[in-house]
Design a protein around this ligand. Structure first.
Ligand code: DX5
Ligand code: ZN
Length: 216
């Protein structure tokens, strides 16, 4: 699988959202990563269904919604109606993770599970056969612009082995502190979707930056 680049809209200029989306539309990014934060699971608050719907109106790309939210199941229907394609919930916020993933699939969306830097990737063993996407957090969730945690490579390698053992092939996404300096190494360790916020939006030419990530 050729890698997918998912610019994180969290780092975009919201006073100029339609221009930022136009840039993404013209780029080789296939997904748009949307960070929903509730101020409880993580310290920060961002946006919800209304902004997802606005973004849906500005692009035909895949909307990859990362829910950093307690009791995320309260919002699955709203987010689907707003135009989400993928909904990812956190292992740490999901006491009934298997059911949550199944519920997302039942409404016709792709279901992802995210794990925090402190969580052992082995905890995912019993949902690998139902998850469409595994998101390995390479920073502690809550903010853009943090530094990449090196341990992520090892987690990706362990995950790759687990996927092989179960003969399943979900998307493997990495999120936090990702840019050209670590893209190739992440892909080699087993990632195939790279989320990138500040690196893309701070680049002199975000379109060229995305291009380089696609070729990493
Ligand atoms: C962090 C978010 C990330 C964030 C990444 O909690 O989940 O998606 O936007 O931003 P950068 O690429 O700046 O680390
Ligand atoms: Zn994210």
């Amino acid at each position: 699988m050729k890698q997918i680049i998912a610019p994180s809209i969290l780092a975009a200029d919201f006073s100029n959202l339609s221009a930022e989306m136009e840039m993404i539309n013209r780029s080789r990014a296939e997904w748009v990563h949307i960070d929903v934060m509730d101020g409880a699971f993580v310290p920060n608050i961002t946006f919800g269904a209304k902004v997802i719907k606005t973004i849906r109106g500005l692009t035909d790309k895949i909307l990859d919604v990362h829910m950093m939210v307690e009791k995320p199941e309260r919002y699955f229907d709203d987010f689907k109606n707003a135009g989400a394609d993928i909904i990812t919930v956190h292992l740490e916020a999901s006491p009934n993770l298997h059911r949550s993933l199944q519920n997302i699939k039942d409404i016709g969306l792709k279901a992802g599970v995210a794990i925090n830097p402190h969580s052992n990737v082995m905890l995912l063993e019993d949902v690998l056969n139902i998850a469409d996407l595994i998101l390995i957090m390479s920073v502690n969730p809550g903010f853009g612009g943090q530094s990449f945690i090196e341990r992520t490579y090892e987690k990706l390698r362990i995950l790759k082995k687990m996927l092989k053992e179960q003969d399943v092939d979900p998307y493997v996404e990495v999120d936090g502190g990702v840019g050209l300096e670590n893209a190739a190494k992440l892909l080699e360790a087993g990632a195939n979707v790279l989320v990138s916020g500040s690196a893309v939006f701070k680049a002199k030419s975000p379109i060229k930056y995305i291009d380089k990530m696609v070729n990493a």
